[in-house]
Design a protein around this ligand. Sequence first.
Ligand code: ADP
Ligand code: MG
Length: 376
Amino acid sequence: MGSVKVQNLVKKYDKATALKGVDLDIKEGEFYALLGPSGCGKTTTMRCIAGFEKPTSGEILIGDKVVNNVPANRRNCGMVFQSYALFPHYNVFENVAYSLNIRDLYSGSMGQRAKTFARLMSRRLSKPTKEIQRKVHDALEYVELGHLAERGVNELSGGQQQRVALARALVMEPSVLLMDEPLSNLDKKLRNTMRTTIRRIQQDLKITTIFVTHDQEEAMSMADHVAVMRDGEIVQMATPTELYSSPKDPFVADFVGSSNIYEGQVMETNAQGNPIVKITDNIHLVSDTRTDKKDVKVLVRPEGIEILRKGSTVKSENVVEAKVKISTYLGPTIRYDLELEGMDVMVEEEFQPNTTLYAEGDTVSVHLPMERVVLI
Ligand code: ADP
Ligand code: MG
């Protein structure tokens, strides 16, 4: 059983409290991303789950079993780190085989363990058994490195080294795969390819996976669920789409995409029961979010705003005039930084060759559809 449960996990160091009560509930076979800025406690959480770090308090369950007192090598977690942590004097095959040998070190009789230890201490590994050969071969095939088994790891690119690290974790057939910023050292293009590879393997093997990243795009594009962390706590746990459309607070909203966020007051509701929010004296917007609060944050995603072209009209109260401050061509999209009664509004439109483009100083009509005006 590969489910992972973390209950009220606290980790205090001498000077810092890294985790202030983290809860996670990850079902077997799920791909979970742990997303948050540097220093928020992601690595500490992973190290506690893997067993490299002893929690100050709280419980960790893998399957149905509390593992707080189970040593790391018996938790059956595969780990992949940002730094690949490969052995430079071993080739690809040996690097992957190594983790199987390491596991042998913790099992078997005293005599067998002593032998394994001696073998590991010698510079080269002894001839692997048929079973080890098969397992290593399978793991390398998974990461598409079967053809490079004999290659020294120093002769590999960063992306290939990361694949070796992944194969080394997979060869153990772990019940949980823990990855701590595994793609951070790769360039953008390679990162995208590796995302696809990792996701494919995860779905093939249906292996419970926790993937740490500070990159929202990575988290949102790969994971079934995302837990957003801040200052040693989980702020929100949701699917990527929920997180994007209904962030719990401005921190999450901002962390999972660019956003326009304003202070607002709910003044009244319209005939349909939708709240009308005052943002400035002259700007009142209707929102689709039902709320009991009076003081709210108003979130509008840049791609949720529409610039109305000449001749097009919409039936909506949420149409306002704005001035173009900057227009930025981004390739597939174009971004407009607008000014709306002293407030900045960012709009992102799909770029199509035949649409009217606007320049600095133009006045435009913008429509903020009420379902895109999110109150939090
Ligand atoms: P992240 O991985 O999200 O960047 P970490 O889990 O590495 O964050 O760190 C969380 C907090 O705990 C930080 O403030 C960090 O300085 C502190 N911390 C982490 N490890 C140690 C340690 N071994 N000793 C003291 N403080 C630590
Ligand atoms: Mg970290």
